[in-house]
Design a protein around this ligand. Sequence first.
Ligand code: MGD
Ligand code: MGD
Ligand code: MO
Length: 681
Amino acid sequence: MQNLRVTCAHDCPCMCSLIATVDNGRLVKVAGDPEQPYTDGFACAKVNRDAELVYSPDRIKTPLRRTGAKGTGSFAPITWAEALDEIEQRFKGIMAKDGPLALLGYAYSAHQGQINRHSINGLFHALGTSRLSAGTVCDSCCETAWDLTLGPVGGADPESVANSDLIISWGCDLKAVNVHFWQKAERRQKQGVKIIVIDPRRTRTAQSADWHIPIRIGTDAALALGIVHILVRDGKCDEDYIARNVQGFDQWKAEVIPQFPPERVAEITGLTVTDVERLADLYGTAKRSFIRIGEGMTRLARGGQALRAVATLPAITGSYGRHGGGALLLAAGSMDFNFAPIRKPSGPASTRQVNHSLLGEALLTLEDPPIKGLLICANNPVVTNPDVVKLKAGLEREDLFTVVHDPVLTDTAKYADIVLPATTYLETEDFYRGYGSYYMQFSQAAVAPQGEAWSNLRLAQELARRLGVTDPVFKMSPREIFPKFFEGATGTVAKVDPNRLLDHRAIKVAPEREGQDFRTKSGKLEIYSAELAAQGVPPMPIWEPDPQEVEDAKQWPLRLLTTPGYFQSHTAFSANAFLREREGEPCCVLNPADAAKRGLTDGQVVRLFNANGAIGLKLKISDEIREGVVLVPGQRPEGEAVSGTVNMLCSDRLSDIGAGATYQSTFLEVEAWETHRAAAE
Ligand SMILES: Nc1nc2c(c(=O)[nH]1)N[C@H]1C(S)=C(S)[C@@H](COP(=O)(O)OP(=O)(O)OC[C@H]3O[C@@H](n4cnc5c(=O)[nH]c(N)nc54)[C@H](O)[C@@H]3O)O[C@H]1N2
Ligand SMILES: Nc1nc2c(c(=O)[nH]1)N[C@H]1C(S)=C(S)[C@@H](COP(=O)(O)OP(=O)(O)OC[C@H]3O[C@@H](n4cnc5c(=O)[nH]c(N)nc54)[C@H](O)[C@@H]3O)O[C@H]1N2
Ligand SMILES: [Mo]
């Protein structure tokens, strides 16, 4: 038996350090590494079973070539040499006839190791093809909004919560998405510190909190503005901190804040005036309040304004200046590595961009040249992208040559011409840095690649060789590549000798600072953003009704709430039968009043529909959400549900800031499944 130090590569803010137990080349189990203080010797319920993912019967054994219509999933095994010859010949042919812009590399975040994550898009960068604006399905709205407010900088160290005197989980279901932060918060709760959860759903996190505030979806900016209104009214702002560190406060105070008295805020948010007052009182009294900001509340039309409003709060009380205070959205901004060698090894400074969320639109509408060749790697857009209906139509194009690289035959892979078997992270060596904590680690492979699986890096390197890309990273091993990230690094990470990572232990690299630093042009937290003003977006955080949402709500009585799965994270664990079962059948949840209005009963199959599409799910009736909301937990592959997948209901409209997806700006109706069937017959 061998115990090997490895890093969890799933897309998650925890970035767990793990111990992989290996017996004769076979992975027996993975468990938390007790030597890493933040992830503290335990992993989540999903990752504890990752040995099952490595040996899942669902894994693809060999490369496959399509034998039936796109989308049907008919394939025949071929060799790697045959697959690569065909890809080389098709990609070269497309580039010769239509130019490099006719190709698109579409890799995303399922492998969080910086080398495997970025090598495929790095290859396409070097080739000068159309370029993916990655992450608009996830964090581009919240991250851009944060950067426009604080600058490109990481938030509070999650471990500093040990010094906080108030903890707010604002739109973040910690028990689902960040269990290690929850553990630290809960420890503080046992010492008497209050945890407040602001979330439209009574999540498991909310159930364990001291106070759950069931806010109406999309109204967080109003609540934040209401808090500031009360702090100004009661003289509880930290004037001194604001004068030194904030730009635009006086104008905001004069022009925006007066519009948000508690009565109006209560009306917008669906809360009571008493609750708004109480929240402002608790927040204004705390000295070291820690807000853990979730991303879910920014995946909607006015998500950017919500993020900016909430992220401004700690500046108003001065808690950004104190250890244990502040806010955490993401940490990565303060780990200033030089990732250019893998992300931008060579290639033109700019080319045509394709928004990650708009793949369907791009495939159907781009001209001069249209996208003719596509390589999808480490993501499953046919389930997770908005407007899946449009995306499928794009992927069905007969003149499109699609390659999918994945450990399993996903719903997306069913549209491929060639499918390539990928390794899981436990079969790869890579360099990691957290996005929700300040750690880095160089991980070894726990076991050899299974079957004929290739890592993302190996695929990128072989395609580079065949397509004539000669940048050095395409010939180097991960162990040779990662020290390059330290050349040209700045800040705390620049002080670390990369050789220290070779024993595979995690190293902490928190920024050296008293309170929060701001990396805006002014060096201050910018309430007023000249950049937004120039884009025609309200330059100071504000809540305004979104006209399109108002229109849609007139036609469709219910609003969609999509949340992370507890035992499924998007589709990354869907090849684990145990976790699929623990998560349960794909379902939707209605408040008892909404179910009664429609004569629906618990457990029956219902049809969720709007102008974008229709899906069938089992119904659960529960008051964990308020009236007027349909909750659909997780994003599940089509084969698991009665019919369809949640993102068939979501449009590909983009958010106000950062061009992000707006899953949560979806309005719809629910009816009994039989009603529709009867009407159709
Ligand atoms: N178990 C599990 N872990 C995960 C994931 C997963 O799907 N499952 N996803 C991974 C990924 S890719 C990411 S990006 C991260 C972060 O994962 P995210 O998907 O960003 O999750 P949260 O930050 O918890 O945001 C979701 C929460 O926001 C709430 N919410 C939705 N709309 C609103 C609103 O308008 N206002 C407020 N206040 N709250 C709202 C939802 O009810 C839900 O509880 O987690 C990662 N970890
Ligand atoms: N309705 C709705 N939709 C959402 C969200 C939401 O809140 N609501 N959340 C959005 C968010 S935050 C995100 S990040 C996206 C996530 O969406 P995706 O990026 O599509 O993530 P997954 O569904 O987990 O798909 C990851 C795929 O990568 C494969 N994979 C795993 N490891 C490797 C590897 O090393 N190499 C290769 N080549 N493949 C690998 C897995 O088998 C899986 O098929 O979904 C978004 N979609
Ligand atoms: Mo994400």
